[in-house]
Each structure stands twice: as C-alpha cells, then as structure tokens.
Design a binder for this molecule. Structure first.
Ligand SMILES: Nc1nc2c(c(=O)[nH]1)N[C@H]1C(S)=C(S)[C@@H](COP(=O)(O)OP(=O)(O)OC[C@H]3O[C@@H](n4cnc5c(=O)[nH]c(N)nc54)[C@H](O)[C@@H]3O)O[C@H]1N2
Ligand SMILES: Nc1nc2c(c(=O)[nH]1)N[C@H]1C(S)=C(S)[C@@H](COP(=O)(O)OP(=O)(O)OC[C@H]3O[C@@H](n4cnc5c(=O)[nH]c(N)nc54)[C@H](O)[C@@H]3O)O[C@H]1N2
Ligand code: SF4
Ligand SMILES: [Mo]
Length: 748
C-alpha cells in the first residue's frame, strides 16, 4: 500500500495545501477504503476520496460513506463533559465529571455489590477499544453485567455458526471471489441499501451469467434483478429452509461425498425435514410452489454458490434456527471451504465482526474464549495480571439488562457507543428502565436520545480522531488512521476507560499510552483462541490489504477461506442440527391483523444519531414512513402521504403511508432510524431467541388506522419528558423478556 500512496493515481487526487489520510468508513461492516482530505496547515477536514485500490470497495462509496467526513467537525459535537444538575446539562471539566462518576460508582458498589454497576458497549469502535470494554467491566469495575449492541445485530448468526461450523467468522470466503460465483442465495439481506458496495461484486458475477435467488417479504432492489424472488411471510424462514433442504435431498442435489466426509448428523437432518413437502412449505411461508421449485433447482444445480443472509432471518425469536438451516443448505451442497462458494452473514456494524470476538459479550473473553471455561479464565487472567478468582461470572444479554434494572439488581450503567433509547425493542420499557437507574453515564460524540437520560455525558472522539484496527465483514483486519486531533475536550474511548479505572483504584491494569499499546496486549490475549490475531501486525495490515484471522503467527498467511480442511468443532466435522418449527413470538390475528417488519433505508445508519445530522442524508430521508401494498392500503382507504396510526400491544406511532407493490399484501415495513415519538421500536417485540437472546425486531402484529390529514406526526403519548425520573407508561411495559402472546399455532 505504501507504493500505492505514492503512485500518480493517488498523488493526482491531492490538492495544493492538503494531504490525504488513508482510512476506512465509520459505518457498515464493508469498511470501505477512503482517503480523507485534510488541510496541511490547520489540520481541518476538507473532504473525501474513495480508495480505488482497496479490494472490498474498489473506489466505490455509498451516500453515507461519501458524507461521513462531515460528521467529524460537525457543530453538534459534544465538546466537554456534561453533568446534569436540576434536570439540565451543565458543562464540566474532566476532573469534575470523573469526581461524580467515582463517587457514584463507589457508593453504589459499596451499598449493592460490584454487579450493581453495568456496562453496555457497542461495535462502532476499534478492536482495541472493544477489547478494552470487556477488560474495563471485569477488571476496573469488577462487574459481571456487560453486554453490547451486537446482541441486537450479530448474536443469532454467531449462535447458528457455532452450532453448525464451530467458529463464528461471518464469511467463509473473501468478497474478491464473488465474481466467480454461479449462484447467490440472498435471504433477509437488503444488500443494495445496507451493504451497497457489495453489489458491484455481484453484478460482475451476474454479467458472467450468475443466478440470484432472493428470500425477502419485500421486493428489495436485488429482488428486481433476481431469477426467483421467494416473497415469504416474515418469520417463516425456518419453514422455507426446511422445505428447500428436503427438496435438495429428494432431487439428489446433496454432495454425498462431502457430507459423508465432513458433516455429522445428516440422517437425522434428512428425517427431520421429510415432512416439509413443497405444499406444506408453501402454505406456511406463503411462497408459490413454482417459485420454491425453481429456487431449489437453481441452488441444487449450481456448482459454486454463496448463501448470504442478514438481519431479516436473524432478528427473529428463532434466528439461530434460521441461520443453522440456511447454513445446512450450503453444507448439503458441499459449498463451504472451497473457492468462490460458501456462506456469509452480512455483518452490520463497522467492527461488528471484531467487536463480537473479544469480550463485550456477557459470556465471552478475548479470542472467542468462553467465560465458562476455567482454562480460558486462567489464560486471560494471566494476560491481565489478575487472580483467576477475581474474574466475574457471565452476565446477561443486552435486553435482559433492562430486566435487571427493573429488578433493582443493576443500579448504574456506563453506556458507550450505542443508543438503545432508539434501537432496543419495546422502548416504553427501556425508557422506564433508564429512568430507574440510580446513576447513568454515557460516552458519545453527539447528544443521543440515550444521553438525555444520563447523569453524566462524556465526550468521546469520533473514529477519525484515533487510530486502531477493525475487522470487516469478511474477517479482514484493517487499519483505521488518525485524521485529526480530538475536537474540544473529547478523548478516545480507551482513554476514558483508563481514567475511570484509575479513579476506581485499578489504574495499574490500564497502563496504556497509545492505542498501539492496547493492540500489542490484545494480540497476546487472543493467542490460542478461535479468533487468533497474534500473528497480525499493523505493518502487515498495510502491506497486505489487511490480514484475515485466524492468524496464529507472524509467518502465517492469514485465513481468507475458512474451513478448507476441518470445521471448528471438536471432531472437525460440521454439524447439521435438527430444528423443530416454531411460529414467531407474535403474529397477525383478528385484533392485530397485519405483520410489521422493520429495517433500514440507504440514507440512514442505525439509530440515526450520526446520519440525521448530515444535511444531504436528512434531506433525502426526513421522516419514517410505512411501506404498504396498494391492496392492503385500499382496505383502509389509504393513499401515499396519508397519516396512519400503527399500534401493537406495546405502543403506537403515527407515520405517513407510502404505497408500493414491492411488499407482501399482509405485511408493512417501517425503518427505525428516528427517536422518541418517531421510534418504531416503541412497537417491536422483545421476544428473545432462546440461545442468542436476539429480540424479534423483524416480526410483530400490528393494527392500522387512518388518521385525519391534519394529524401532526408527533402525537404519541409521551406524557412526561424523556430523562425525567417519573416512571411513565409502566403499565404498557412488558416486564418479561420472552412473550409468546398467542395460543393458537399457525402451522399444521
Ligand atoms: N443504509 C444502511 N446500511 C446499513 C445499516 C443502516 O442502518 N443503514 N446498518 C448496518 C447494520 S448494523 C446492519 S445489522 C445491516 C443490516 O442489513 P440488513 O439485514 O440487510 O437490513 P434490514 O433492513 O434490517 O433487513 C434486511 C431485509 O430483511 C427483510 N426481512 C424482514 N423480515 C424478514 C423475514 O422474516 N425473513 C426474511 N428472509 N427477510 C425478512 C426486510 O424486508 C429487509 O429487506 O446493515 C448495515 N448497513
Ligand atoms: N426495529 C429495529 N431495531 C433495531 C434493528 C432493526 O433492524 N430494527 N437493528 C438492530 C441492529 S442490527 C443494531 S446494530 C442496533 C444498533 O443500534 P445502536 O447501538 O443504537 O447504534 P448507533 O445508532 O450506531 O449508536 C451508536 C451511538 O454511539 C455513537 N458512536 C459512534 N461511534 C462511537 C465511538 O467510537 N465511541 C462512542 N463512545 N460513541 C460512538 C453514535 O453517535 C451513536 O449515538 O439497532 C438494532 N435495532
Ligand atoms: S457501504 Fe458501508 S462502509 Fe462502504 S461507504 Fe457505505 S456505509 Fe461506508
Ligand atoms: Mo446491526
């Protein structure tokens, strides 16, 4: 890469008085390469250039990536620590803020035990920071309550991959092989809007004749060019996959030699899907038999296929089952561990892969080590210099932390890099939980809806003001470079954690001066684990366009293709788990007759706290809306632009109708990038997957009502302002995590 930077191609991009800093986008798991323009004299950020030589995006950026640089010096940046006094935030110095944090954390732990203080993390941070969040919780605070926003994102993929392949690395092949693929099976993944720079790799293959199968309740852009669109009812993926597995068996599409040699449990799987005839599959999923047949033949005949899925199949109360079954389809076809074929979950957040491996999860230690494994505890304690007996036990999942707040077990929280006041399900309950906290600290660089509930807000710096590494959706470890000095009094998250650790009397365990100091410790902490980074150096990353983990030694080439010879299970064989079909936790009935699913638009990112501040993006997409089929709309007398009230058992929202034929007639879709009364998560169901503890963001049952044209959009019953300590809507709040609300079962 160093050669490339001095090449005329890049040199020509440089304007007089400016320099280019090579880094990666802060948003999605693609981690597209970019150069940020910086004024040589003042250090000010001027603009962006795509990076043509980075093999993942090859000079392409999406609308979010192109404008990401505008958030760095945005006037809304939080410039100093803030302390809430009499309900209002006041500017403070770091010393004042740390005094308040130290006093409250110590008081609460003295009165209620160490676990009363919890940590909620996020994976828009580098590996160095994500690694440190786990150590901070367990060593600085000594609490078992730590979990993170990846629980709402990658947990079902992780669970499904662990069950089938034994290691959760999101992709078994690199994107550079996509152009040689013959068939893409895309399930619950809106690639064109959510991982836009992947499309160029798929179009290349399509130009050479590749086929595309899409399974999605909506006719997403990829479905328009697909050979088959399996327009299934939300929440029925397990039925679809079992029907197709049975079809592969019945039509002799199974790669028997591969299955015999490399898979366990084939006979059991085969027997378990025998009853999933095309007729039954069609009845449960709502997909026409001819489409199922066509998809089955295309996938069954393809010599090189890739199974791609994302949150559409994973954010369900049976997300792990869905992932296991779709992965089993790839295994039956003998596709995993070979060139230009395999399986991949489209990892969501920038460091959604690296951030889920190193201990932000309630039950994990660095390198995918398990907190229930005494050897793992001993090894990591050794690296950290603590006694193994000091290591806290596993905690609970992200949503279950709110249950612990309600129960009074958790009394304080340090939230960093996440905005659950918008992004968690059943928001009335979550808001009420935040109000119940005795003490709440949030680290962010923009005032988020979650910050408003806080007692202290700490100014973190953005991704461009610190250096480190991330791991993209392929498993490729890459370098994030420092573009400018931290704005105002903001500090890198690792520095914030270090300062609090010092105040808690644990500073000796956090002796870092730079992010690189953390990286070097992190490499050792991962050594010997499933996600082994010990052979990766920052120099190698620069020289090799990133290095794929596992990479157990400096002379190891890294692992672009996973499972070439053996799987990550104890005996090296893949497992084909048997699944019993379960309906969604909640589904349409007479009272709540329509199915609601939620997701994204191309212009906004997650809770929208960053992208809603970028003029171009908020102009292109101002408000949430409900996508609704014209036939369904006409039964409610609705036209595009009409105001609609959507109501579930948990809450309601008013949005504008947007009529489109690109959705099933029994389903509506609302994006979730807005907060407060515009937050669709007031309605979503916190029914959790029994293994991954993933909430069912993708399926719930909703009532619709047309409202008068002059209804304001902001009419939701927000009777008390956010951040007040008055408990509100508590009677709407559903205290238990997993609710299966209907007795009737809609399968035969
Ligand atoms: N523009 C944009 N890009 C993003 C993000 C963003 O917020 N905005 N976020 C990033 C992150 S963190 C993530 S996790 C990814 C998410 O990426 P995706 O998972 O691709 O995005 P979603 O819109 O959540 O859902 C994908 C699709 O699932 C479909 N779906 C809904 N219910 C079902 C179902 O029951 N079965 C099936 N098969 N499909 C269903 C929806 O119609 C939708 O098209 O995107 C990343 N990229
Ligand atoms: N209804 C519905 N809800 C969903 C989903 C869905 O499909 N439907 N998807 C779920 C998924 S997949 C995800 S990933 C979650 C994500 O939901 P969130 O975790 O809420 O995601 P973000 O909006 O990225 O929140 C990150 C916050 O941290 C800040 N931030 C960004 N980078 C940094 C950093 O480096 N340091 C610090 N300290 N702060 C930083 C941002 O300003 C922002 O306020 O939402 C989930 N919620
Ligand atoms: S595809 Fe993802 S990583 Fe690439 S520019 Fe867009 S948001 Fe950034
Ligand atoms: Mo995500």
């Amino acid at each position: 890469m160093s050669d490339f930077l001095t090449s005329p191609e890049v040199q020509n991009l440089i304007k007089p008085g400016e320099k280019l800093i090579t880094t990666h986008c802060c948003y999605c798991g693609m981690q597209c390469g970019m150069h940020i323009r910086v004024d040589e004299k003042t250090g000010a950020v001027k603009g962006v250039e795509p990076r043509y030589d980075f093999p993942v995006n090859k000079g392409k950026l999406c609308p979010k990536g192109v404008t990401a640089y505008q958030t760095i010096e945005h006037p809304d940046r939080i410039m100093t620590p803030l302390i809430k006094r009499n309900g209002k935030f006041e500017k403070a110095t770091w010393e004042e803020a740390l005094d308040v944090i130290e006093a409250n954390f110590k008081r609460i732990q003295r009165e209620h035990g160490k676990d009363a203080v919890s940590v909620f993390g996020g994976v828009s941070m580098t590996n160095e920071k994500c690694y440190l969040v786990g150590k901070y919780a367990r060593v600085a605070l000594g609490t078992r309550f730590i979990d993170y926003n990846g629980r709402f994102c990658m947990s079902s993929a992780a669970g499904g991959f662990l069950k089938t392949l034994g290691i959760d690395r999101g992709a078994t092949l690199p994107w550079t092989e996509f152009e040689h693929v013959d068939t893409f099976f895309v399930a619950g993944s809106n690639i064109a809007e959510c991982h836009p720079t992947t499309t160029q790799h798929i179009w290349k293959a399509k130009d050479k004749g590749a086929k595309i199968i899409v399974a999605d309740p909506r006719e997403i852009p990829m479905a328009r060019v697909a050979d088959v669109h399996l327009d299934l009812k939300p929440g029925t993926d397990a039925a679809l996959a079992m029907g197709l597995l049975n079809f592969l068996v019945e039509h002799d599409y199974v790669d028997q030699a591969y299955v015999d040699e490399r898979c366990d449990n084939y006979e059991e799987l085969k027997a378990s899907v025998r009853d999933w005839t095309l007729e039954r599959t069609s009845e449960v999923t709502g997909v026409a038999i001819e489409k199922l047949e066509k998809a089955g033949h295309i996938y069954g005949k393809s010599p090189r296929s890739v199974m791609l899925f994302a949150r559409g199949v994973e954010q369900q109360s049976k997300g792990v089952d869905n992932v296991s079954l779709y992965t089993s389809m790839a295994l039956l076809r003998g596709m995993i561990g070979k060139f230009a074929s395999g399986v991949a979950t489209m990892t969501g957040q920038g460091n959604g892969q690296g951030g889920r491996e190193h201990g932000q999860k309630a039950d994990l230690l660095p390198g995918y080590r398990k907190l229930t494994d005494p050897k793992a505890i001993e090894y990591v304690s050794g690296v950290w210099g603590i006694d193994p007996s000091e290591m806290p036990k596993p905690g609970v999942s992200a949503f279950e932390m709110f249950d612990e707040i309600q129960a009074g077990t958790i009394r304080a929280m340090h939230l960093m890099c996440s905005n659950p006041a918008v992004s968690a399900p059943n928001l009335p309950y979550v808001w009420d939980s935040f109000n119940k906290l005795d003490f709440f600290v949030v680290s962010d660089f923009f005032m988020s809806e979650s910050c408003e509930f806080a007692d202290v807000v700490l100014p973190a710096c953005s991704w461009a003001e610190d250096e480190g590494t991330t791991t993209n959706l392929e498993g490729r470890v890459i370098r994030i470079r420092k573009v400018r000095e931290p704005l105002g009094d903001s500090l890198p998250d690792w520095e914030i954690m270090k300062r609090i650790a010092e105040r808690m009397g644990r500073g000796q365990y956090f002796p870092y001066e730079t992010a690189r100091d953390i990286w070097e410790e992190f490499r050792i902490a991962t050594k010997g684990g499933a996600a082994d980074y010990s052979g990766i150096t920052w120099e190698r990353i620069d020289d090799e366009y990133g290095v794929f983990w596992p990479c157990p030694s400096e002379d190891h080439p890294g692992t672009p293709t996973m499972f070439k010879e053996r799987f990550g299970t104890a005996n090296g064989k893949a497992n084909l788990p048997v699944v019993t079909y379960r309906p969604a936790g909640e589904y349409a009935n007479e009272e709540y007759p329509v199915t609601l699913t939620t997701g994204r638009v191309v212009f906004h990112y997650l809770s929208g706290n960053q992208t809603r501040r970028v003029d171009f993006l908020s102009t292109m997409s101002k408000l949430p809306f409900v996508e609704i089929h014209p036939e369904l709309a006409s039964s409610y007398g609705l036209q595009t632009g009409d105001k609609v009230e959507l109501r579930t058992r948990r809450g309601s929202i008013v949005v504008e109708a947007r009529l489109t034929k690109a959705i099933r007639k029994d389903t509506v879709f609302v994006p979730y990038h807005w907060g407060k009364e515009l937050a669709i998560n007031q309605l979503t169901n916190p029914c959790l997957d029994p293994m991954s503890r993933m909430p069912e963001f993708k399926v719930c049952a909703v009532q619709m009502k047309k409202l008068p044209a002059n209804t304001p959009l902001h009419i939701n019953p927000l009777t008390v302002p956010l951040g007040s300590s008055v408990p509100f809507m508590a009677d709407h709040a559903i205290a238990t995590s997993c609710h299966v609300m209907d007795e009737e079962v809609h399968t035969k």
